[in-house]
Ligand binder design. Structure first.
Ligand SMILES: [Zn+2]
Length: 281
């Protein structure tokens, strides 16, 4: 099987968030990737959730040219943060296929780690992203106010060098917030990742999320193996299902699928500063 990157400007999808190192993919990852390729999903961004999985994401990126990695400690695993974590993440982040720090953030829905610890771990990783000039992949649940306050301060500290809202700061992955949250995010240089959850929602609920002004800020993702879109809800999610998410967006926005593919892939390339020469064979 050839996992070479596509030749631009061929129409293709990018799955900007999939945990391909997780146990559900252990037995059949080559088939999973080949099914994705067959559906036109040709590039994958794989974020870690702790140090071990950040290393696993990098290993996948070394094995498959079309896989890129992000390194970071997820708020649910903030208790795994140790004295050397920052140093180790910094070392991992210098790998040429690491395109972001993530996934990081705040999760007040699950109480796996105390909020204060989550904030400390988040701030340290935001600083690292600023230092390495990498975008962040953000996870948030029931925590938008605190997250916004921290990002605001962070934006000011790194703002001196890049105040332009056109320089991407990161992405709110699996975005499921309010139109207000969305405005704040896009005005502060963030992109939004739309995942399978939007296929569970009524059209009216997501209509405000897909106004034309957003088309320079939307990227697609599966969050595999989670958030499986309809019609496969309840089963394992995989990158080949990106088109189901796209079809829902297309139905609401009347934007044809090939246009949607070009827009969202261009956005992902800009967000993660992916190589545009596609010469990584
Ligand atoms: Zn995730």
């Amino acid at each position: 099987m050839d996992y070479a990157l596509p030749d631009w400007p061929e129409t293709f999808w990018i799955d900007t968030h999939c945990h391909l190192y997780m146990e559900p993919f252990q037995d059949d990852l080559p088939e999973v990737l080949s099914r994705a390729q067959h559906q036109g999903v040709k590039v994958f961004v794989v974020p870690g959730i702790d140090l071990e999985t950040s290393r696993a994401a990098i290993e996948l990126s070394e094995r498959y040219p079309a896989v890129f990695a992000a390194v970071g400690i997820h708020p649910n695993y903030a208790t795994r943060w140790g004295n050397n974590s920052l140093q180790e993440l910094r070392a991992l982040s210098t790998h040429p296929k690491v395109v972001a720090i993530g996934e990081i953030g705040l999760d007040y829905f699950r109480d796996y780690a105390p909020p204060d610890l989550q904030k400390t771990v988040l701030k340290a990783q935001l600083e690292l992203a600023g230092e390495r000039n990498l975008p962040v992949i953000l996870h948030q649940r029931n925590s938008f106010d605190d997250l916004r306050a921290i990002l605001q301060v962070w934006g000011q500290t790194i703002g001196a060098s890049s105040t332009s809202i056109t320089s991407p700061r990161g992405v709110f992955h699996a975005f499921d917030g309010s139109p207000d949250d969305l405005n704040w995010a896009t005005q502060h240089g963030f992109y939004v990742g739309l995942a399978g959850a939007i296929t569970y929602r009524p059209h009216e609920r997501i209509q405000p999320l897909i106004q034309p002004l957003l088309w320079d800020r939307v990227v697609l993702e599966t969050d595999s193996p989670y958030l499986t879109p309809i019609p496969h809800r309840g089963k394992r999610n995989e990158p080949a299902y990106v088109p189901f998410i796209a079809e829902k967006i297309s139905a609401i926005s009347n934007i044809p699928l090939p246009t949607l593919a070009n827009m969202t892939s261009m956005n992902a390339i800009r967000l993660f500063n992916l190589p545009s020469s596609w010469s990584l064979h």
